[in-house]
Design a protein around this ligand. Structure first.
Ligand SMILES: *[C@@H]1O[C@H](CO)[C@@H](O)[C@H](O)[C@H]1NC(C)=O
Ligand SMILES: *[C@@H]1O[C@H](CO)[C@@H](O)[C@H](O)[C@H]1NC(C)=O
Ligand SMILES: *[C@@H]1O[C@H](CO)[C@@H](O)[C@H](O)[C@H]1NC(C)=O
Ligand SMILES: *[C@@H]1O[C@H](CO)[C@@H](O)[C@H](O)[C@H]1NC(C)=O
Ligand SMILES: CC(=O)N[C@H]1CO[C@H](CO)[C@@H](O)[C@@H]1O
Length: 390
């Protein structure tokens, strides 16, 4: 991919970086990152959303570049999670956590792309979908982020984990189920009503409808800060759900409005170097301890690029994304001596289980080769490669 050369030409690359760069310059970053992860323990599959996101990144890269070896590796990994009778390995139907729904996207992808033949995938997806029918909800109808720990709480993260699957499932199996479509829109509407800052256009990490959490705002129930990865999940959720949401239903225009407002807010919040701060709300960008975080940056770049490509967002946002992408390649993509890539700068976690303070968020360590960042980097790379035709 040509971008690699220009970045290295502009910067003072280290000897190590240059050697790998020179020999491997023709590899698209999506494939390069995906195959690098194949050699790492991190590519081990489980039902958790991190493996789900990482494998979706690998799958997107393999599909765009017609790499059948890589694609069949991902297919085998996803298949290994589902036994022949459609049971999800180790899945407890009475454990309610939105994070565990996300793998349903990987399952439905292979069910569909492999000719809708493998019944076990359809059955497994059905189990996840059935769980949503008995899933605990807030008084207004929002799915709890997790039961019982996060009773009456909705987090932006959970909107991505559950609604992307709920949407795809509905489009495949119940396209006429208006109740389901409205329920999906409701999840977004609730999070918008309680967490959106109308001045900045950004959204707080989550809210507690009962306002009992130590961090809950007494009026809105919102948590106090805007955490970049939570907003990243949410931005991706809007873009993905709008790909399939029926245009004739009222929810479509609402979701599109949410996306437009967020896209504007994010552009204003982008740092001049091209990335986004871990804690995004004023006055924290640039403050001591805060930093430009890689997973959120990758998610925003992807959301913009796919949003523009699919006609949801104005073409001008490509420049916003390109600036972010350049930064990722120079700062977060590390080229190892053996020619593989590593991914850096991703914060390990961000949770509302503590006090949700600024000090809490900046105190969480970074992790290397974190699928929550590397996966979205592959998503963004695939979009860049489609755009550039490389
Ligand atoms: C395809 O993916 C495999 C890993 O599964 C990798 O070893 C190979 O280099 C890739 N081929 C191309 C042409 O990118
Ligand atoms: C339609 O969706 C609703 C809400 O998720 C659900 O309760 C209901 O069972 C679905 N109906 C059918 C026929 O699948
Ligand atoms: C909303 O955003 C504005 C502009 O950044 C800020 O001044 C205000 O404090 C924010 N409100 C809340 C409730 O966070
Ligand atoms: C390449 O080097 C990295 C960093 O030292 C290591 O984690 C990875 O396992 C190596 N990959 C191969 C294929 O040797
Ligand atoms: C010089 C150099 O680092 N070459 C590497 C290019 O990438 C392949 C794997 O993708 C490595 O095997 C080479 O060592």
């Amino acid at each position: 991919m040509r971008l690699g050369i220009s970045i290295c030409a502009l910067l003072t690359c280290t000897g190590t970086t240059l050697a790998a760069e020179a020999a491997n310059v023709s590899q698209p970053y999506s494939i390069w990152m995906a195959t690098s992860f194949l050699f790492k323990a991190q590519s081990k599959i489980d039902r958790h959303y991190v493996a789900g996101v990482l494998h979706e990144g690998m799958q997107k890269a393999a599909t765009l570049h017609s790499n059948t070896t890589l694609l069949s590796g991902v297919s085998t990994a996803i298949s290994s999670l589902v036994s022949s009778d459609g049971t999800l390995t180790g899945w407890d139907p009475d454990y309610y956590s939105l994070d565990d729904i996300r793998i349903g996207n990987n399952i439905l992808y292979f069910w569909d792309s492999e000719g809708r033949k493998e019944d076990k995938y359809k059955i497994a997806a059905g189990h996840l979908r059935d769980q949503l029918n008995r899933y605990p909800r807030t008084p207004s109808g929002g799915f709890w982020h997790r039961s019982p720990q996060y009773k009456n709480q909705m987090w932006l993260d959970g909107i991505y984990m559950a609604e992307t699957f709920y949407t795809t499932y509905t489009s495949y199996f119940e396209p006429e189920n208006t109740t389901a479509w409205e329920d999906i829109a409701l999840q977004f509407e609730l999070i918008e009503a309680h967490t959106r800052n109308k001045t900045s256009g950004l959204l707080a990490h989550g809210y507690d409808e009962s306002k009992k959490a130590v961090w809950a705002d007494p009026v809105t129930g919102a948590s106090p800060h805007v955490w970049d990865r939570a907003v990243g999940w949410y931005f991706m959720a809007l873009v993905e759900v709008l790909q399939v949401y029926p245009k004739e239903l009222a929810g479509y225009a609402k979701l599109k409005g949410f996306l437009t407002t967020l896209a504007e807010g994010l552009k204003k919040a982008q740092d001049q170097v091209g990335g986004w701060w871990l804690v995004m709300d004023e006055p924290y960008p640039g403050k001591k301890g805060n930093y430009i975080e890689s997973s959120g940056t990758a998610m925003f770049a992807y959301g913009y690029l796919k949003g523009v490509r699919t006609g949801l967002l104005d073409a001008g946002y490509r420049d916003t994304a390109a600036k972010a992408y350049d930064l990722m390649v120079q700062r977060f993509v590390k080229q190892e001596k053996n020619g593989t890539l590593s991914w850096e700068g991703t914060v390990e976690v961000g949770s509302l289980d503590k006090d949700a303070s600024y000090e809490y968020y900046i105190g969480v360590p970074l992790s290397e080769n974190d699928g929550k960042g590397a996966g979205p980097f592959m998503f963004a790379s695939v979009e860049m490669e489609i755009w550039k035709g490389t």
